[in-house]
Design a binder for this molecule. Structure first.
Ligand code: HEM
Length: 498
């Protein structure tokens, strides 16, 4: 029976626990004040990322909110109880990413050796000195000559996509172009990285496609929460032994990759894809003999490649559907130049200047990885100030916010590829446009990603006119649980044969 004294005791313990938690979670709240750094007043337990904790805003929007609330060159804020710094000033951003890179070579993201044997070796997660070593060794994988060879494999996938759309798109009044571009990029990575034809256009139940849908399924709250924790609260991810890559996906990708490697070694046939290049590393480099390190790089390319590129293609189609004039101009260029070069291929794409301008503008409005993160490797004096930020402080660079700041891009909400014309390009301030990051730790797959995006778009636009539907909203809603920028509820558009 509940006696009065028992209830009093219970209330007493609840109050004590609450006060202890309150004191624990607010113990750092004077951190920035003591350092004389301007900062946003935090709330107990959530810090300044209230909407982030509740997954009401995508991560890009969380950092944009903070960016837009101040004009200071840098500002302190809190993720739960952790003091973090948000950078706004392009000169300071340059220092962090390039000039003072020796103080900022690691990302804040968790590297979870104990619980996640795959992601721990992935380039994105690696800490120094391992990162430097592996980055140096796999950089040649993305050289221009290798990408040119791989582009032939991507062309075949482009044609498969057009065949699929010709058969299917005309039957339905609308097509989810996010789904189509996802299948396209899954097949591209399948053929160029894993050396297999995934055939996700022909086979609705394609396993690679299923894995891709699962890896970054932002509609699944658990997946979104796990990945958010890796980026924002590494301590929580570590405490609860979370894995970045879902074990079901990791096992499938690992098994496929090892099987493909074995078959390739047995057949001795070269396909000029990444498997060939990774095999060379395995033979010539002792470090890569550890299967997990090699597998991790293949999984990395798969994970980093398909979501970023497919979302970029989907965002581009959304804008082109809203701007038929830009779409027509682009199609004319694609027709003219592909006519001269025997089709859409590496050489013709290189000549398509307007396509390049359009893709740059898409990546301005929609940088799929909408923020960069780094962590101080040592105490760091912010130049020109008397502020010293301590070792291990997370530092965030809000790319989405910079790309949409009217001080750098007039009328940022307007889709205007002319910003990137030869004459206007030079007027863009440095370190305010960074869709692939900057400095030694920038995106290693940038060239590959751009090629895939351009090739996919060129194939679609050469055969189809893309139009908006009654579902198309002028302003895209991002998936609020997303870590990358991803259109909420797909990208429904109408296609008409040219
Ligand atoms: C449109 C497509 C893509 C975009 C917008 C994009 C964007 C980015 C960004 C912003 C970063 C962080 C850079 C930094 O911290 O400074 C990054 C890192 C990375 N990206 Fe990409 N990416 C794309 C495609 C790809 C592709 C296709 C691959 C591989 C096949 C790839 C592999 C990587 C890897 C491995 C890293 C980590 C690099 C390191 O830590 O050394 N990305 N990407």
């Amino acid at each position: 029976m509940l006696t009065f004294s028992f209830l009093v005791e219970l209330v007493f313990y609840v109050v004590i626990i609450f006060i202890s938690l309150y004191l624990y979670f607010t113990r750092n709240f004077n951190h920035w004040k003591n350092k004389n750094v301007p900062y946003f007043k935090p709330l107990p337990f959530v810090g300044n990322v209230y909407n982030g904790v509740l997954m009401r805003d995508s991560m890009g929007e969380i950092f944009s909110d903070l960016y837009n609330k101040t004009m200071k060159p840098f500002i302190g804020f809190f993720i739960l109880d952790k003091p973090c710094l948000l950078l706004r000033d392009p000169q300071l951003i340059k220092r962090v990413l390039i000039s003072d890179f020796q103080h900022f070579y690691d990302r804040n993201i968790l590297n979870n050796k104990r619980d996640d044997p795959i992601s721990t070796h992935m380039l994105f997660f690696l800490k120094n000195p391992e990162w430097k070593d592996i980055r140096g060794k796999i950089t040649p994988v993305f050289s221009s000559s290798k990408i040119k060879i791989m582009s032939r494999l991507i062309e075949d996938v482009g044609q498969e996509m057009v065949d699929y759309l010709e058969k299917n798109a005309m039957l339905d009044s609308t097509v989810d172009m996010k789904d189509v571009s996802l299948r396209f990029t899954v097949d591209v990575i399948g053929t160029a990285v894993f050396g297999v034809n995934a055939h996700s256009f022909q086979n609705a139940n394609c396993k690679f496609n299923e894995i891709a849908q699962k890896l970054f399924n932002w509609d699944d709250t658990l997946t979104a929460f796990r990945i958010r924790c890796y980026f924002l609260t590494p301590m929580i991810a570590k405490l609860f032994r979370m894995k970045f890559i879902h074990p079901y996906c990791a096992n499938f990708l690992k098994k496929s990759f090892l099987e493909i490697m074995d078959r390739r070694i047995a057949s001795k046939v070269s396909r000029n894809d990444l498997i060939d290049i990774l095999l060379q590393l395995k033979t010539n480099d002792k470090q890569f003999m550890d299967g997990d390190i090699l597998v991790a790089q293949a999984v990395m390319f798969f994970a980093a490649g398909f979501e970023t590129t497919s979302s970029t293609i989907a965002f581009a189609l959304h804008e082109l559907a809203q701007h038929p004039d830009i779409q027509n101009k682009l199609r004319q260029e694609i027709d003219l130049i592909s006519g001269k070069h025997d089709g859409i291929n590496y050489d013709s794409l290189k000549e398509m200047e307007y396509l390049d301008m359009c893709v740059k503008e898409v990546l301005r409005k929609y940088p799929v990885l909408p923020f960069l993160d780094r962590k101080t490797a040592t105490n760091y004096d912010i130049p020109g100030t008397d502020v010293i930020i301590e070792k291990d402080t997370p530092v965030f660079i809000p790319i989405l916010a910079l790309h949409n700041d009217p001080r750098y891009f007039a009328n940022p909400e307007v889709f205007n590829p002319e910003r990137f014309s030869k004459t206007n390009n030079n007027n863009i301030e440095h370190f305010v446009y960074m869709p692939f990051g900057e400095g030694p730790r920038n995106c290693i797959g940038a060239r590959f990603g751009k090629l895939t995006t351009k090739l996919g778009l060129a194939y679609i636009l050469k055969s189809f006119v893309v139009e908006k539907t009654c579902f198309t909203e002028a302003k895209i809603r991002f998936n609020p649980k997303g870590v990358t920028l991803s259109p909420f509820k797909g990208m429904k558009l109408k296609l008409r044969k040219v």
